[in-house]
Design a protein around this ligand. Structure first.
Ligand SMILES: CC(C)(COP(=O)(O)OP(=O)(O)OC[C@H]1O[C@@H](n2cnc3c(N)ncnc32)[C@H](O)[C@@H]1OP(=O)(O)O)[C@@H](O)C(=O)NCCC(=O)NCCSC(=O)/C=C/c1ccc(O)cc1
Ligand SMILES: O=C(O)CCC(=O)C(=O)O
Ligand SMILES: [Fe+2]
Length: 361
């Protein structure tokens, strides 16, 4: 239902107050039935999506039913090297779990603003639970048409105490059911890097911290003028991404500057993408690829990424195994939390974050 509030859309501080301070988000603006996009959401021309779909190119879809098949393992590693993105089907995560987490996402964003605002950066009782909008609104020149809830996992006890009751169980279940898939993918990817055994230290370096976001992209009055999420790469080791059937996720292709490839929704599939941490650990062999999400004029869209990461206190740099054959390191050792802070403190800017870890001569 539309909130019974009127705001002046021409007054940018009124819009900020309504969207950010009162917690209505862009969902609140959308449901007011606004007919044109407030100015602060208008993106520079070069950031709006100019889609040049490559009919020859598409992101691989990998059938995981034969888990141990060498061909399946090869497809995973090839996709991680070439595209940085692939979809998996028959992945072992029960479809009911995926349905439940999508419903729970709608459940959270359907709460009144007064409930959601309790989880904002200003009001949340913990840094690990954060409801917000756009990416980092304090520093962005143009805002993004997205609301989100971000949950950093510490323990079941903390989640029970702090996560919103309306979505907590479903998100935990989704995270737990994805664990086998995540571990298997990493084991396969590590093997190609000559890491044959993932001991406790490596396991922690690859998967030691997990953040799950739920994203809501409401119907937008002028979708062609803005973005759902701007160009970025994830700072994770890998990301397990559930999207609904609306579409709008585009990945940078291999055929020049303006080649963007759509990741078509496939019922029951999960999207996997390599993040910056794995690009750095693999000394650039696996690619963390830029992606973006368009705004949509006719459908609301949700997505649920699980970001699997090193721990904040880990140092990340090329793994010794990747350098054993004399390969020159292209990244230095950086503290992972410094890397993540650097990412969150500036607006999305494509692949620029990774420069933070590059060796410059
Ligand atoms: C650095 C962290 C995130 C926070 O450390 P902290 O010690 O609690 O420090 P702060 O709470 O002061 O956060 C540092 C800065 O990051 C900001 N921040 C802290 N989490 C957040 C947050 N989820 N949201 C947006 N600002 C944040 C936070 O506002 C703060 O900015 P500032 O107030 O300007 O200093 C730390 O928990 C950490 O290293 N975690 C490791 C795991 C982790 O979260 N990895 C990131 C995976 S997320 C990913 O790959 C992609 C995410 C993404 C998300 C949105 C997109 O559009 C696109 C991509
Ligand atoms: O919504 C999506 O499909 C992708 C979102 C995304 O790239 C992110 O949250 O990092
Ligand atoms: Fe992303």
């Amino acid at each position: 239902m539309a909130p019974a509030i009127s705001i002046s859309l021409n007054d940018s501080s009124d819009v900020t107050d309504f969207v950010i301070k009162q917690g209505h988000g862009v969902k609140g603006l959308s449901e007011m039935g606004i007919k044109s996009l407030p100015e602060q959401y208008i993106q520079p021309l070069e950031e709006r999506l100019m889609t040049r779909i490559e009919p020859q190119e598409s992101i691989p879809v990998i059938d995981m039913s034969k888990w141990d098949d060498a061909q399946v393992s090869n497809s995973i590693c090839d996709a991680a090297e070439k595209w940085g993105f692939f979809q998996v089907v028959n992945h072992g995560v029960p479809l009911q779990v995926l349905d439940d987490v999508k419903k729970a996402t709608y459940g959270f964003f359907g709460l009144p603003a007064a409930e959601k605002i309790k989880y904002s950066k200003e009001n949340s009782s913990s840094n690990n639970v954060r409801f917000g909008t756009s990416f980092t609104p304090q520093v962005e020149k143009a805002l993004e048409w997205k609301d989100y809830l971000s949950l950093f996992y510490v323990s079941d006890e903390e989640a029970a105490a702090l996560w919103p009751p309306v979505c907590k169980d479903q998100i935990l279940e989704y995270m737990k059911s994805s664990k086998f898939l995540i571990d298997h993918l990493l084991q396969v990817l590590m093997k190609r890097l000559n890491v044959n055994e993932i001991d406790e230290t490596k396991q922690s370096l690859l998967t030691g911290s997990v953040r799950t976001n739920i994203n809501y992209y409401p119907i937008c009055p002028n979708p062609e003028l803005t973005v759902g999420v701007g160009r970025h790469s994830d700072v994770s080791t890998l990301t397990v991404l559930l999207q609904d059937n609306v579409g709008g996720l585009y990945v940078r292709g291999n055929e020049g500057e303006d080649s963007w490839i759509h990741v078509p929704p496939i019922n029951g599939a999960i999207v996997i993408n390599i993040g910056d941490a794995l690009q750095i650990l693999s000394n650039g062999r696996y690619r963390s690829v830029e992606h973006r999400v368009t705004a949509n004029g006719s459908s609301n869209r949700i997505s649920v990424p699980i970001f699997v990461n090193p721990r904040p206190q880990d140092m990340i740099g090329p793994l010794p195994e990747t350098l054993a054959n004399g390969e020159k390191p292209i990244y230095k050792q950086v503290l992972y939390s410094d890397y993540v802070k650097h990412f969150f403190r500036k607006a999305h800017d494509g692949k620029k974050t990774v420069d933070f870890a590059k060796i410059t001569n």
